[in-house]
Structure formats: C-alpha cells, structure tokens
Design a protein around this ligand. Sequence first.
Ligand SMILES: Nc1ncnc2c1ncn2[C@@H]1O[C@H](COP(=O)(O)OP(=O)(O)OP(=O)(O)O)[C@@H](O)[C@H]1O
Length: 480
Amino acid sequence: MPEGHVLEFSGVTKRFGAVTAVSGLSARVEPGVVTGFLGPNGAGKTTSLRILLGLVGATSGTATIGGVPYAALERPLQSVGAVLEASSFHPGRTAANHLKVYAQAAGLPVRRVEETLGLVGLADVGGRKVGGFSLGMRQRLGLAYALLGDPGVLVLDEPANGLDPEGIKWMRGFLRELAHEGRTVFISSHLLAEVQQTVDSVLIIAQGRLVYQGALEDLADASEYATVVDAPDRAALTRALADAGIPFDVLRSGLTVRGADAAAIGAVAASAGVALSALQRKGPALEEVFLDLVSGARVHATMADAAPEAVAVAAAPAVAEPEPELPPVAEPEAGVPPVAEPESAASAEPAPVSTAIAVIPAAPAPAGPDPDDLDPAGAEEAAPPPVYQVAATGVIDIIPAAGNPATDAFADDRPLDADADVEALGEIDDELEAAPNDRPWETYVKTDADREADAFFAAFDPHAEAGDDPRPDDEGGAQR
Ligand SMILES: Nc1ncnc2c1ncn2[C@@H]1O[C@H](COP(=O)(O)OP(=O)(O)OP(=O)(O)O)[C@@H](O)[C@H]1O
C-alpha cells in the first residue's frame, strides 16, 4: 500500500508584485485523513498548492512533501498525484490517450491507464475524446491522472467543482477510502459545505493567512454550544442533572446545558431512568463560523497570536496592482504553448522555480521506477527524462522532446500503435459513436474554463478546433 507523507508549509510567503498571495503560511497536513484547504476565492489556496508542487517558487519559506521539496522527489508521479485544473485536457484526445502519455512519460505500466479509468468510473468512456466530456467527467479524469502512479499523496484543487450531487457523494467516499488506506489527501475548496462531509481536518486561509488549522468539530468553541434537553417528567430530569453536578438553565422550551455534550446528558438521564422528549445541540452553524473566520469577524482561539494582524488584513483588503510584464523565462519551443505565469522579477528574493520542470531522478540508476512496475518496452527505451511544462491553466504538460516516444505520441495524437490497450479502448470509442442515443456530452455547454483550455491547446494544435464536436480519432492525424 502506498505510504502517505506529511505535507509541511513553513513560513511560506508568496508575493506577486504588490499582491501578497500567501503570507507566512505554516501548517502540517497529516497522512491517513482527508484534509480540506478552505478559503474564499483569491485567498491563496492555489498559489500555496503550486508552491507545494514546485510549480512556482515561494518568496520565502519552504513547502515539503515527506520532508523534501517536490523537486527533490525521486519519483514524483508515484509520490504525489495532483490536479490543479480539471478542464485543461486536450479536447481532441481520448481520455485513455491522455493517461497513456503521462504513464509512458513517467515509466508507469500501461495497465494503469485502464485501472485508473476503472477506479474513477470512466472505464466505459476511456476511448472518448475529452472534448465531449462533462465537467464532472473531466474531474474524474483528473483524478485518474493523479492516481496513475498509485501515489501516497493526493493534492486536488477544487475536486468537487462541476460534480453533481451523486458525483460529490462518490468523490467523498472515494477520497475517504484513499485516506483510510494511509494516504495523504489534501483537497481545496472555497465552500465549506462542499467538503464538510469529506474532510476530517481543515486549514482555512483568508487573504493568504492561516486563520484556522484543526479538526472540523473544533472550528467553533465548545463554549458556544449548548444542549437543549427536556423530558415529560422535567422535575426528574432536573434532579438527575443536579445529582450529576451538571449546571443548567430552565427555559420554557426545556433545560439549557452548557459544559456537557449531548451524549453525556443522555447518559445521565438514562442512568436515572428519565425518558427524554428532546435532546438537541444548539450553536452557530459551521458555515457561519467559517464565514466569520475568513471575513476577520472572528479569530479562532488557537490563532490568538496572529489575531491583530489577521483582523487588520481582513479589514483592509489588498489592492491587486497589475503585474509588471516580464520577459519569458525560456524561449518556447515551436508548437509549445507559452507559459503564462506572471512573476515579479523585481525583488531580491529567491528566484521562483522555472515554469519548465525537468523531473529527473536524483541518482540515475537506482532512482528509476521499480523494475517490477515498469512497462518493459518503456524501460528499454533510453528516452530522455520527461520534461514538464506548466500551462497557464495550471495543468502540467509534457514538452515534446525529439526521440521521446511518449512525448512524440502526445504531440501527434496518432493512435498509439505500440499499445494494444489503447487501441482496444479506441474500439469502445467507435461503438459509442455508433450509439446515437448515448451522447449526453453533445448537449454539454462549455464553461469559460473549457473555452480557455480550448484556446490554450489550440495554440499548439491547429486541428484542435474549439468546436464542440469531438472528431473521430483517425482525423487527429499528425499535428505538426
Ligand atoms: N501569477 C499570478 N500573478 C499575479 N497575481 C497572482 C498570480 N497568481 C495568483 N495571484 C493573486 O494571488 C492571490 C491568490 O490567488 P490564488 O489563485 O492562490 O487564490 P485561490 O484561493 O486559489 O482562489 P480561487 O479559489 O479563486 O482559485 C489573488 O489575489 C490572485 O489574484
């Protein structure tokens, strides 16, 4: 079973020119539980995750996975599965083809493609082009991608976005199961309600600052809660509580008890033989507490040290100044999409990690994937190490490298002749094409994110029209 790792942010600050996206973030994310990373839009969640994943450098502080920065991980895809943007899949490629390319690039066995598609409930549509997928299906595909390397750590940005209630329920159970296996599961959301039943623990940030870290049930102070209890024989109930030394107030609607929870009160009543007519916990809804924390109207007792600053920040929101235009980090290769990560260069702070990341094992020979795990064909190829590029949309893309069969396949979108598995999935695609009543994706209305993704991919794929009609595989042809 893959081992979870502690994720640790230590004093992480990230400034984009005048905007401080993350400010002194220190937090730990433990394995074996699902941890939510909550905050309103613009709070700094994605930036923190990007720093954790080595996609952008921190202005100061460190973020580590199992004690090391992402860039130092020997097998990144087998250690950490991450999805930052579910919509950024090439619309003209099949789900299986996407996964196949990533699997080959990471030296993972091809069987993982079908396995992960099955795990996320996409087994039947693996041969379909992603352009026809609903947002929920894309979320599932993102999860399949994250799971390819069977990693011990999962980092998912807004995984519930676009899922219908059934999908959210499925995702909830799935993520909890992964955590119970001992993995570290870290998911962001701007809605507490969306993840409330999924997460065990939360980090809440507002305007780049941590405003709470801990268990969900400790979000509100215990003192804010009261239990209203009543019984047909109220005199017997008051005697039982008094005998147990539990103080209470008598109201018209019953007795209000503070300082003892409902279970303890119920136990006292039961042992005194008092039948209850009401037993109810009353207090602020978690959503209310969450909103108070992120607006600065409330400071959690555990964050008392940071209180004055946190409140000041909440009261005076930062004004985002336009980021200065920067020269490109590297000359983009022909056909490779430009990387849009407007970083501030005008500082003496450590330079951010380049947006093009070569994921190279630290020690070449022993650091490769397990021989047992390897696709033998892939293992024999003396292919150059995969080079990833971070797209404007947040997805990690593979930069085509001459002679690298994996990246060449991605560039061409040709059927992967060498791979019988993917051809088999291609046949499924044909069957689906022939089933005119089974095409719900044709009614899918693209979101702005979809259109951005389409435009992004179109920049290096002249055949990938932003149109809604997915082309059959064999029309993909050579792209360049
Ligand atoms: N590359 C960038 N250049 C300039 N400013 C940026 C950049 N990335 C993020 N920011 C700014 O940093 C702040 C935090 O953004 P971030 O995307 O991390 O927030 P978030 O909590 O993920 O929000 P959302 O839920 O809307 O994605 C915002 O003010 C944002 O405009």
